[in-house]
Design a protein around this ligand. Structure first.
Ligand SMILES: *Cc1c(COP(=O)(O)O)cnc(C)c1O
Length: 373
């Protein structure tokens, strides 16, 4: 399949691995807890249209998105369940997402007022109140202050009949911090049920993400919202497999004499005659410059050092120890080839970035190729 692909570099997306990660994630859920599959950032770079059919197949009925185009892509892919936006949105965004039945987060009185002004009371979407219990302080209502409790009552006065959910997001899943956040969230919920006409049985309480699920602590919610776990990003758990491989091809092979310098600023210099392969991959493809002088790629199942600075569209690997490399050979810059791997841990350490950051980057800067293995 990829043999026919005439692209500089590409991301292979493994559908069976995503499906297996989903199966494993569902099996880990606390008894009776629902699963919201997070597909923001175009499914962490994997393409919503690729992931949604797998979710439908395993009966996932809630998904989390960020942008209107993601909601549209999910509907286009046949998703008929509930779509929740995982951040607050501008009134204009909300207005244009009504056709795709996107449920929205609210956390401030002004936010709710502007929705009512723009859409009219009658056209408000289904709403979830975001609580700052976890302590992200990005959009949630802070109930520890008198002002926050007043705001909560006001929001419920203004839009109470549209409120179907109460949620929070945990900033840390370190055991003690998570336990504290869970307790705090439960306190906030109890206050709301004691001080409003919202009834516990009428709202969906949700909180907990991948690292919460991986932690084994039960956040005591009706639903957990998990993204990373689907793509094999769940810390170092062996039961979740990485789902994306970054590939390119050799475009030139040449012999360079001792003393040759390599790339911009001559940061690398050959101490012996070497055979160097040029590869059609660079920072324009998300193969970031932090990797300069420190990384390796896989060709024919061998791990080979990349020399010099990363250019916009090419890198240079030393293939002297691997005779027979030819133009057109497939190169793995992240993932497995033969028995070798450029691993998540290695690439995170070399780049100083987390793999979710890199997946969203690679997946959106390169064409995606579906892989059935
Ligand atoms: C991204 C996000 C999630 C999913 O987080 P993962 O760590 O990828 O599981 C859940 N909830 C909210 C509000 C988010 O923004």
């Amino acid at each position: 399949m990829a043999d026919q692909l005439l692209e500089s570099s590409w991301c292979e997306i493994s559908l069976p691995k995503i499906a297996q990660n989903l199966t494993n994630a569902l099996a880990r859920l606390p008894q009776g807890t629902r699963f919201c599959a997070v597909v923001k950032a175009n499914a962490y770079g994997h393409g919503i249209e690729n992931v949604v059919p797998l979710l439908i197949e395993q009966g996932v009925s809630y998904i989390g998105i960020s942008s209107n185009s993601e909601a549209r892509a999910a509907r286009d892919a046949g998703f008929a369940g509930s779509i929740l936006r995982l951040r607050t949105a501008t009134p204009q965004e909300v207005k244009h997402a009504v056709q795709d039945r996107v449920e929205e987060l609210v956390g401030t009185v002004d936010g709710v007022r502007s929705l009512i002004e723009t859409l009219g009371q009658g056209a408000l979407p289904r709403l979830h109140i975001s609580l700052n219990a976890g302590g992200m302080s990005r959009d949630g209502l802070e109930l520890s202050t008198a002002g926050g409790r007043e705001a909560c009552k006001k929001i419920l006065d203004l839009a109470g009949e549209r409120v179907i959910g109460l949620c929070t997001h945990f900033p840390s899943n370190e055991p003690k911090e998570l336990a504290d956040s869970i307790a705090r969230f439960q306190d906030d919920l109890s206050w709301i049920f004691a001080n409003s006409c919202l009834r516990r049985e009428d709202v969906l309480v949700h909180g907990g993400s991948t690292l919460t699920l991986a932690s084994g602590q039960d956040p005591q919610t009706d639903m957990m919202r998990c993204g990373a776990i689907l793509y094999g990003i769940a810390g170092s758990r062996p039961d979740f497999q990485s789902t994306l491989t970054l590939k390119s091809r050799v475009i030139s092979v040449g012999v360079y004499p001792k003393g040759s310098t390599i790339g911009y600023d001559r940061t690398s210099c050959l101490r012996h005659d070497r055979v160097l392969a040029s590869i059609a991959l660079g920072y324009a493809n998300g193969y970031c410059r932090q990797l300069s002088g420190r990384c390796a790629v896989l060709i024919r199942g061998r791990c080979l050092p990349v020399l010099g600075k990363i250019s916009m569209n090419t890198i240079v690997a030393d293939v002297t120890d691997l005779p027979g490399v030819v133009i057109g050979d497939e190169v793995v810059a992240f993932g497995r080839q033969g028995g070798q791997a450029i691993s998540t841990q290695a690439i995170e350490q070399l780049t100083g970035r987390i793999i979710a950051d890199l997946f969203t980057d690679w997946g959106q800067r390169n064409p995606r190729v579906i892989c059935q293995r």
